[in-house]
Design a protein around this ligand. Structure first.
Ligand SMILES: [Zn+2]
Ligand SMILES: [Zn+2]
Length: 344
């Protein structure tokens, strides 16, 4: 089969690899029908994730058709249409029993990281029974690619950890795919005011279309000053969806006493925690890696049409043009790209 293979920082290629086979009885092999590229893949490509070794097939998102199942798989069979979760969970270890699938002792985020991933014609999914989701008939397959990672990430680590409530004033810093996923899913809980903060005018305009009530271009104005002047004492919830010190800083400077700062961004550098200002404010700071325990709920909202994540899709590529897709996604601002769909 063909696959997108990592060969060290800055070096990926589209090449021939052996088609995966069942290794353990709980495995399934899935033929990929749609996949995508994540910001995390760009981090890997930059060399920020040294656990990813030479020869690894990248990708942790996608949908497909079950090609083969191991003898222990009971919930899926050949021909089933499935969503692949970015988090692999065994369902049995102590972390899985707590619902913290991200820290599964036998899985967690392994796809396209510690084992071969989804940017290929076929992929092997360990613990298929607890790591795949059935796609209902007539569902919009493209929209469901957003359920592998970005929607549950924005929802669980941004919105749920941030405790967004009806009437809240919230601010999302970072209008990339995960920030947009937080924007879409925050609206389940009816916040009154949603600020979107970014440095890209196109993305801010897009955020308005997706439900942001206010936008701030932090390259052109002081986001902290503006929010503190427009709110009495700051926002109820600030959601960090970038992963750099500057954006974390905005978040810690705009949260009101008793509010929540939910960090979603993947940080590669330390940040300065202003604990001398924050200690007295009774705020809650949360971090996390997605558990995907809300995926079944999100799947219902997408199939019913209540949530429309297909709005985030800006580009389509054939799987054998995946290097081109990396180029476009890697220059998202110039290319006006949000999520790209890649299909054979
Ligand atoms: Zn991802
Ligand atoms: Zn587990």
């Amino acid at each position: 089969m063909k696959a997108l293979v990592y060969h060290g920082p800055g070096n990926i290629s589209w090449e021939e690899k052996p088609t995966p086979v069942i290794r353990d009885p709980s495995d399934a092999v899935v033929r990929i029908t749609k996949t995508t590229i994540c910001g995390t893949d760009l981090h890997i490509l930059k060399g920020d994730v040294p656990e990813v070794t030479n020869g690894r097939i990248l990708g942790h998102e996608g949908v497909g058709i079950v090609e083969e199942t191991g003898s222990a798989v009971t919930e899926f069979k050949k021909g089933d249409h499935v969503i692949i979760s970015c988090i692999t969970s065994c369902g049995k270890c102590a972390y899985c029993r707590r619902g913290m699938y991200s820290h599964c002792e036998n899985g967690g985020w392994v796809l396209g990281h510690l084992i071969d991933g989804t940017q290929a014609e076929y992929t092997r999914i360990p613990y298929a029974d607890t790591s795949l989701y059935h796609i209902p008939p007539h569902a919009d397959e493209e929209a469901l690619v957003m359920l592998s990672d970005i929607l549950p990430t924005g929802h669980e680590i941004g919105v749920i950890n941030g405790c967004v409530k009806p009437g809240d004033t919230i601010a999302i810093v970072g209008a990339g795919p995960v920030g947009m996923a937080a924007l879409l899913t925050a609206q389940f809980y009816s916040p009154a005011i949603i600020y979107m903060i970014d440095v890209d005018e196109n993305r801010l305009a897009f955020a308005k279309k997706l439900g942001a009530t206010h936008t701030i271009n932090s390259a052109k104005e002081d986001a902290v000053k503006r929010i503190m002047s427009e709110t009495k004492d700051g926002v109820d919830v600030s959601i960090e969806a970038v992963g750099i010190p500057d954006t974390f800083d905005i978040c810690q400077n705009i949260v009101r006493p008793g509010g929540h700062l939910a960090n979603v961004g993947v940080h590669g550098k330390k940040v300065e925690l202003q604990i001398q200002e924050l200690w007295i404010k009774n705020i809650t700071i949360t971090t996390g890696l997605v558990n995907t325990n809300t995926t079944p709920m999100l799947l219902k909202t997408v199939t019913s049409g209540k949530l429309k994540p297909s709005k985030l899709i800006t580009h389509h590529f054939n799987l054998n043009k995946i290097l081109e897709a990396y180029n476009v996604f890697g220059n998202a601002s110039k290319e006006n790209a949000m999520k790209v769909i890649i299909e054979p």
